[in-house]
Design a protein around this ligand. Structure first.
Ligand SMILES: NC(=O)c1ccc[n+]([C@@H]2O[C@H](COP(=O)([O-])OP(=O)(O)OC[C@H]3O[C@@H](n4cnc5c(N)ncnc54)[C@H](O)[C@@H]3O)[C@@H](O)[C@H]2O)c1
Length: 291
């Protein structure tokens, strides 16, 4: 069987939704999988389901936003399954709403889970990947909300835009190495994210979850892509070393509009400051602009 058969992978957010779908697909591809999630009950259920399906898996309950603990989690995963060569950063949360109505505590929590953890996990695994020199791969999960302006999800959008920047920069840093990078940018995927993140936000704020809001926000989402099919798509893309992984074509015109605005602002500018030396150097092949 092809890579990643026989390899060991670590998936965050593996107890639900897209993370569980990716874990299932990795198991089907013959990989061993360390399942990381903060929700121990959900995680135990996922571990049992994957083991019953014949998978070699290890459940590691862990709050990924505890950035100082990533080294020890990497050690635990490798003690259980051997050297990890596929890191899938999938766990994510949303919380708050508009800028004015998002408490700082919620802003920080969303960023700590959605972006700090992606940095900390890569920082823990990259030296291991590089020193071993074997083929390895990092998959990060963003969202179309990381590419497009969306109102009313200030913390989520900010963290997801950061995730796009982190992954695009990481790809440049790792060019010429045996470490691949992919960026999953999902549209709507039918997962319980509104209930899972809603419950976690309510716990953080010490109040009851507003189930009606979670239900309302889930109405369209639950008509989205099947997370198991997205998981299969992700594993296929990682196998083929594809960078951008998208789930729905309908976002293309919205994205084109954003990029047209950026291009127009530059094209129509009167150039009063003269040529930018950094851009000129990049055009001459110094530094990198992808693709
Ligand atoms: N579902 C969608 O439509 C959609 C769209 C775009 C992007 N995404 C992104 O996809 C990723 C997965 O989302 P999903 O829809 O599968 O959600 P989900 O809620 O079904 O699964 C996320 C899992 O992450 C876990 N998690 C949350 N905080 C954690 C923490 N601090 N430490 C460890 N685990 C934690 C949760 O317990 C949950 O099991 C997220 O990054 C999300 O932003 C989802």
């Amino acid at each position: 069987m092809d890579w990643p058969a026989g390899e060991a992978a670590l998936v965050t957010g593996a107890a639900s939704g897209i993370g569980l779908g990716i874990a299932r697909a990795l198991v089907a591809a013959g990989a061993k999988v360390a399942l990381v999630d903060v929700d121990e009950t959900r995680l135990a259920g996922a571990e049992k389901a994957l083991r019953d399906a014949g998978g070699t898996v290890a459940a590691l309950p862990f709050d990924i936003s505890e950035t100082g603990r990533w080294e020890s989690v990497a050690d635990r995963a490798e003690d259980a399954l051997g050297p990890i060569s596929v890191l899938c950063n999938v766990a994510g949360v949303h919380g708050g709403s508009t800028v004015e109505q998002t408490p700082l505590q919620v802003w920080r929590w969303v960023h700590s889970v959605n972006i700090d953890a992606q940095f900390a996990s890569a920082a823990a695994f990259l030296p291991r990947f590089k020193s071993r020199g074997r083929r390895s791969h990092i998959l990060n999960t963003a969202s179309v909300a990381g590419l497009l302006p969306m109102a009313g999800v200030a913390a989520y959008a900010s963290s997801k835009f950061a995730g796009v920047g982190l992954s695009m920069g990481l790809r440049e840093e790792l060019r010429g190495t045996n470490v691949g990078v992919s960026l999953l940018v999902p549209g709507a995927v039918a997962t319980p994210i509104n209930f899972n993140a809603g419950a976690a936000e309510a716990k953080l704020l010490g109040r009851a979850m507003d189930t009606a809001v979670a239900e309302e926000n889930s109405a369209l989402l639950l008509r989205g892509a099947d997370p198991d099919r997205v998981g299969e798509q992700v594993v296929e893309a990682v196998q083929q070393r594809e960078f951008l992984i998208v789930t729905h074509r309908e976002w293309a015109p919205f994205l084109a509009r954003v990029h047209r605005e950026i291009e127009r602002a530059h094209a129509e500018f009167d150039g009063r400051h003269g040529p930018d030396p950094v851009a000129v150097a990049m055009a001459d092949g110094e530094g990198a602009v992808s693709p």
